[in-house]
Ligand binder design. Structure first.
Ligand SMILES: Nc1ncnc2c1ncn2[C@@H]1O[C@H](COP(=O)(O)OP(=O)(O)OP(=O)(O)O)[C@@H](O)[C@H]1O
Length: 925
C-alpha cells in the first residue's frame, strides 16, 4: 500500500458538491427498543426534524488544513439577556432558519463540509431558559445531600475525569483525545483575582512524605492557617485544607480507642464515633454506613453512589478496622496518586505504578511485606505479575495478608459500560480468591446501568442482596441544555450572565483534539500538529478576559499536575459541556465534578448536530470484522509448538497495522482468549521484545564460548550495520529461560562493560495453553461479541443525544423554560436510563442511503486501485475516521473523507461491500 500517495484522483466525485439532494421519505414511526444488544432494531426514529445550517462548502484541500478557526462574529444584533436567564435561546433544531431536515434530505455533505468554519450564530426570538429556580436557591445554598459537611471537604476535583474528545473542529483528522480518565477540560477562575495565603503545613499521610508526588513548590505553599488557598501567577486559586499538627496526638488516641470499640462491636454508634475521630464528620452520608457495615461483616458489596458522594470513606474506615491490607485497584496512576493524597493521616498508604523507579517500587513492597502499609493502590495490570501476586498468597497470620480488595471504577469490568478496560477482566472473583486468598470484595462506581451492574456483580461474585445503590445524580446539581450553532460565542455569553458570572470556579469539558497541518520550516513537508480543543477554547476565553487554563492528556505530566493542584481544591460551582458527552454515564460522571461539597452548582450542556455525527462515526473506530479477527487468531496461534512453556509475542504496532485493529481491541481479544470460557492462552506482562546489541570488551565468539545466552543470541540474531538484532522471547525460549531472566542477564553483562543494548517494540507476551480446535466458530463468537460492544456504544451515544434533544424540546413546549424543568426532565431521564427502562425513547437520525454513495465509492476505488480495502476501511474513510492501517494523516487527503458522516455506518459498509464485489469480482472480503 502506498501511503505516500497524496493525489488519489478522488477530486472526481459522483456527488454534486453543492446541489441540494432529493428528499428522503419521512422516517417510519418509532419502535421501542428491546435491549441494547439489538441496537439497530431498537433505536427509535426521530419524530423531530433535526436540522442544521449548511455553510458554503470548501472542497479545497487547503481549506481543510487551515489553522484553528476563530469563531465567527455574530451576524445579528445581541438580544438583551435578563439576569438569571439564558443569554440565548434554547431551541429545537427546527427553529433554525432555512432548515434542512436530516430526516428528509441531505444524505451527503459536500466535500470539506466539516472542514469549513462553524455555522454562523443566529438568535431566535423564543422563550428563553430561565435560570431562576422556582424556589430561588442562592448559589451558596447549603448542602442538599444527606448528611453534613462537617469540617468541609478537602477532596474536590481529582480522578477519573473522563477521556474526552473534540468539538466542531475542521476536518482534517478528527481524533479523540488520548483516552484517559484525567479528562480534557478548561478550568477557570472566573473572577481571575489573586489571593495570597500562607499556611502551616500540608495534609499528608504518614507514608506520603516519601513520595516524589507530593513535593510542592515552597514558593506557593507557606504555612500559617488551617485552611488556605494556593494561587499561581495567572490567578487560578485553589483552597487546600490543612491539618493542624497540634491536633494530631489527641486525635490519634481517640482514633485508636474508636477503632477498638468498632472491633469489639460494629454498631452505628461506634462507627459514628470512628467517623468523628478520623474525619471530624458528625454523620454518615446516604449509603456509607450500610456499606461499611456490610464490608465489616465480610460480605462482598456493590456500591453505587454519585460522584463526590463519599465512596472513598467506605473503604477507608474498614481499612483501619480490618487486620490485613486493603488493596485498591484503580485504572489510572493519577487517580491512585490523588486517592493516596486524600487518605487521612492515620491511614498508611502506598502505591505501585509502572511510572515508579525500581527502588521506589522495592521500598513500597518491603513496607507491604512488613505490614506497615494499610492501603495499597495498584493498577489492574499489576495482576499479570506473578511476583506481585506471590507476595499476597500468604496465610492470614502474616502481616501482609489482604483483608479487602476494592475495585474502584468497577464499571470498567463490564464491556457494556461506557469505559470497559480489558485489564479489568482480570479482576474476576475466582482469580482474586485464588491468588490473593481474599474473601471480601468491594466494587464501587458512580455510574452503571442495570446491565453493567449485573455483569460486574457476576464477575466479582457479589450477591444481588449486597447491592447498595443511591440516585446517580446529586440533587444539588442544576442541569440545563441548549442546542447551539456557535458554541464559543454562546459559552462566552453564558459565562458572562448570572448565575455563571458569580461562580468562582468553572470546568469546561471539551471533546476533541484535531490535527492541523502547518507549513514546516522547510517548505518540503507539511507537519501535522495535534491541537487540543481545550487549548483553543482557553485561549479564546483568555482573549475575552476570562482567566482560563487548559488541561488535557497531551500535556506534560508536570504541567498537568500543577494545574490540577491549583484548581483541585476549589469548590467547582459550574460545569459546562462544550461538547456532547458520549454517554449518559460520562455526562453524569463529569457533572459530578461540580458541587462536591454539597452546595448548589450549575451544569450546562451545549450540543450540536455536527458533534453528534462526528462522535457517532467515532463509535465505530474500534469495530472489527470477522475477516480481521480470523487473521489475528491465526497469527496468535501461529507459533504453537508442542512445548507450552514457550513465550510468544505480538509486537503491538506491527500487529495493529497488519490487522487494522487498535491495540486496545487486540488486548481485549487476548484477554478474552485467556479469561473466556475456555482458556486458550496465558497472558504475561508486556515487554519490549526487539533488542539491538553491541559487544565491547570480549569478542562475541569468545564470550559465546563461556555464555550460553550469548551463544543463543549469536545464533538467533540478524546483523544490521554491525549490530546484533534479535527477539528477546525467541532467544529466551531457545535456552529455556524466561524473557525476564534473559533481560536480567543482559543487564549484568552491561554492568560488566561487555555489551550495550537497546530494547524497542512493546509487545503482548503470552504462553499458549490450548490451540482452538475450531477457528471458525471462535472467530464468529469473538466477532459477534465485539459487534455487540460496538452497537452498545452507538446506542449510548444516541441515548445521550436524544436526552439533550428532548430536554430542549421539553423546554420549548412550556414556553417558560425554567431550568428547574430541564433539571427534572434530565434527572428522570437519567434514572430511567440507569434503571434500564426499555421504553426509553432514542432517536435514530442517521440516513440509510444516498443516491450518490455507491457512485462515490466506485470513484474512490478506481482512484486508489493500488490499495486493498475492506468494506469497513472504506466506511471509515467515508466517515472521516482513521484506523491503524488507514491513518487519517494519509487518508484525510481524499476528497471523500468524512463525506458520508450522516449516513449510517453499516449502510456505508454494505454499499462498500457491494462496490468492492463489482470492482474486484469475487475477491472482496
Ligand atoms: N459523611 C461525610 N460527611 C461529610 N463529608 C463527607 C462525608 N463523606 C465524605 N465526605 C467528603 O465528600 C467529599 C467527596 O468524597 P469522595 O472523594 O470519597 O467521593 P467519591 O464518591 O469517592 O467521589 P468520586 O466518584 O469522584 O470518586 C470528600 O471531601 C469527603 O471528605
Amino acid at each position: 500500500m502506498d501511503y505516500d500517495s497524496d493525489s488519489d484522483g478522488s477530486h472526481i466525485s459522483a456527488t454534486p458538491p453543492r446541489d441540494p439532494l432529493p428528499r428522503r421519505p419521512p422516517q417510519p414511526p418509532p419502535k421501542p427498543p428491546t435491549s441494547y444488544k439489538s441496537t439497530a432494531s431498537t433505536k427509535r426514529s426521530s419524530h423531530l426534524d433535526i436540522i442544521f445550517k449548511l455553510k458554503k462548502p470548501s472542497s479545497s484541500k487547503h481549506d481543510k488544513i487551515e489553522p484553528v478557526p476563530e469563531p465567527e462574529p455574530i451576524q445579528q444584533p445581541d438580544l438583551p439577556s435578563p439576569v438569571g436567564n439564558f443569554p440565548f435561546q434554547i431551541r429545537r433544531p427546527s427553529d433554525q432558519p432555512h432548515p434542512i431536515s436530516i430526516g428528509r434530505s441531505l444524505e451527503t455533505l459536500p466535500a470539506g463540509f466539516f472542514s469549513t468554519r462553524r455555522a454562523s450564530f443566529s438568535k431566535i426570538c423564543k422563550p428563553s431558559l430561565n435560570f431562576e429556580p422556582e424556589t430561588s436557591p442562592e448559589i451558596t445554598a447549603e448542602p442538599k445531600i444527606n448528611g453534613s459537611d462537617g469540617l468541609g471537604s478537602t477532596k474536590t476535583c481529582n480522578k477519573k475525569l473522563p477521556n474526552l474528545i473534540r468539538g466542531d473542529a475542521p476536518l482534517p483528522p478528527v481524533k479523540l483525545q488520548k483516552r484517559s480518565e484525567e479528562g480534557n477540560f478548561v478550568r477557570l477562575n472566573f473572577n481571575g483575582y489573586k489571593r495570597k495565603f500562607t499556611a502551616k503545613g500540608k495534609k499528608m499521610n504518614s507514608y506520603s512524605y516519601k513520595s516524589k508526588y507530593f513535593k510542592r513548590s515552597k514558593r506557593r505553599v507557606k504555612s500559617e492557617v488551617d485552611t488556605g488557598s494556593l494561587c499561581d501567577e495567572e490567578g487560578l486559586v485553589s483552597e487546600i485544607k490543612l491539618q493542624s499538627k497540634a491536633e494530631k496526638p489527641s486525635r490519634c488516641e481517640s482514633v485508636e480507642a474508636a477503632i477498638s470499640a468498632v472491633r469489639s462491636a460494629v454498631s452505628e454508634e461506634n462507627l459514628v464515633r470512628l467517623l468523628k475521630a478520623i474525619y471530624g464528620y458528625d454523620l454518615f452520608r446516604d449509603g456509607q454506613l450500610e456499606a461499611i457495615k456490610m464490608i465489616l461483616a465480610g460480605k462482598s458489596t456493590m456500591l453505587v453512589l454519585p460522584t463526590g458522594a463519599g465512596k472513598s470513606l467506605c473503604y477507608q474506615i474498614p481499612a483501619v478496622v480490618l487486620p490485613g491490607i486493603t488493596l485498591v485497584v484503580s485504572p489510572l496512576v493519577a487517580l491512585m496518586i490523588d486517592q493516596l493524597k486524600q487518605l487521612p493521616p492515620m491511614i498508611q498508604g502506598g502505591l505501585l505504578s509502572s511510572s515508579q523507579g525500581p527502588e521506589e517500587a522495592a521500598e513500597t513492597l518491603r513496607m507491604v511485606q512488613e505490614g506497615s502499609i494499610k492501603v495499597l493502590f495498584v493498577s489492574p495490570e499489576r495482576f499479570l505479575n506473578a511476583d506481585f501476586l506471590s507476595i499476597f498468597s500468604t496465610p492470614n497470620s502474616t502481616p501482609n495478608f489482604v483483608s479487602l480488595v476494592v475495585v474502584d471504577e468497577a464499571h470498567c469490568v463490564s464491556e457494556w459500560s461506557h469505559n470497559f478496560r480489558p485489564s479489568y477482566m482480570r479482576l474476576g472473583a475466582s482469580l482474586l480468591r485464588a491468588k490473593l486468598n481474599v474473601e471480601c470484595i468491594l466494587a464501587m462506581t458512580a455510574t452503571a446501568t442495570t446491565t453493567t451492574l449485573q455483569s460486574i456483580m457476576s464477575a466479582l461474585e457479589i450477591s444481588s442482596t449486597n447491592l447498595i445503590q443511591k440516585a446517580q445524580v446529586r440533587d444539588n446539581l442544576w442541569l440545563s441544555v441548549s442546542l447551539s450553532s456557535n458554541r464559543m460565542k454562546d459559552m462566552l455569553k453564558l459565562m458572562k450572565s448570572s448565575p455563571f458570572l458569580e461562580a468562582q470556579s468553572i470546568i469546561v469539558y471539551c471533546k476533541f483534539q484535531s490535527m492541523y497541518s502547518s507549513q514546516a520550516i522547510s517548505n518540503f513537508y507539511l507537519h501535522w500538529i495535534l491541537q487540543s480543543e481545550t487549548d483553543v477554547i482557553s485561549r479564546y476565553l483568555c482573549d475575552n478576559n476570562i482567566s482560563a487554563k487548559s488541561y488535557h492528556s497531551g500535556m506534560l505530566a508536570r504541567d498537568r499536575s500543577r494545574i490540577q493542584e491549583l484548581f483541585c481544591a476549589n469548590k467547582i460551582r459550574v460545569v459546562i459541556h462544550y461538547s456532547l458527552p458520549e454517554s449518559l454515564e460520562e455526562y453524569v460522571q463529569e457533572i459530578g465534578r461540580g458541587g462536591r461539597d454539597g452546595r448548589l452548582s450549575y451544569c450546562h450542556l451545549f450540543f450540536d448536530d455536527v458533534t453528534y455525527y462526528k462522535l457517532r462515526s467515532l463509535m465505530h473506530s474500534d469495530g472489527v470484522d470477522e475477516f480481521a479477527v480470523n487473521k489475528f487468531l491465526c497469527q496468535v496461534f501461529a507459533d504453537d509448538t508442542s512445548s507450552h512453556s514457550k513465550v510468544c509475542s505480538l509486537v503491538k504496532e506491527l500487529a495493529s497495522r497488519k490487522f487494522d485493529m487498535k491495540e486496545e481491541v487486540m488486548l481485549t481479544l487476548l484477554t478474552h482468549l485467556e479469561l473466556g470460557e475456555t482458556q486458550y492462552l496465558h497472558l504475561l506482562p508486556q515487554l519490549n521484545v526487539t533488542c539491538t546489541l553491541n559487544f565491547h570488551k570480549t569478542s562475541p565468539m569468545l564470550l559465546a564460548d563461556k555464555d550460553t545466552a550469548v551463544a543463543a543470541i549469536l545464533k538467533k540474531s540478524e546483523i544490521k550495520q554491525g549490530q546484533y538484532v534479535f527477539n528477546i522471547p525467541t532467544v529466551a525460549n531457545s535456552i529455556g529461560v524466561a524473557p525476564g531472566d534473559l533481560s536480567n542477564h543482559l543487564q549484568n553483562l552491561k554492568a560488566k562493560g561487555e555489551i550495550t543494548y537497546e530494547l524497542k517494540d512493546p509487545a503482548y507476551c503470552y504462553k499458549i495453553v490450548k490451540v482452538p480446535s475450531d477457528f471458525c466458530s471462535l472467530t464468529e463468537l469473538l466477532t459477534r461479541w465485539l459487534l455487540d460492544i460496538e452497537n452498545c456504544k452507538v446506542w449510548k451515544l444516541d441515548a445521550m443525544y436524544s436526552s439533550a434533544v428532548f430536554a430542549v424540546d421539553t423546554c420549548e413546549k412550556t414556553h417558560d423554560c425554567n431550568v428547574a424543568q430541564q433539571t427534572t426532565y434530565l434527572q428522570e431521564r437519567i434514572s430511567d436510563y440507569f434503571r434500564g427502562d426499555n421504553n426509553l425513547d432514542v432517536l435514530d437520525k442517521m440516513g440509510q442511503n444516498s443516491p450518490f454513495l455507491r457512485a462515490d465509492i466506485k470513484v474512490f476505488l478506481q482512484s486508489n486501485s493500488n490499495v486493498k480495502f475492506t468494506p469497513r476501511a472504506i466506511a471509515r474513510i467515508m466517515h472521516g475516521i482513521g484506523s491503524p492501517a488507514y491513518p487519517s494523516s494519509i487518508w484525510s487527503r481524499t476528497h471523500f473523507w468524512g463525506r458520508y458522516i450522516q449516513i449510517d455506518f453499516k449502510a456505508v459498509m454494505n454499499a462498500a461491500k457491494a462496490e468492492l464485489m463489482n470492482f474486484v469480482g469475487k475477491d472482496a472480503p
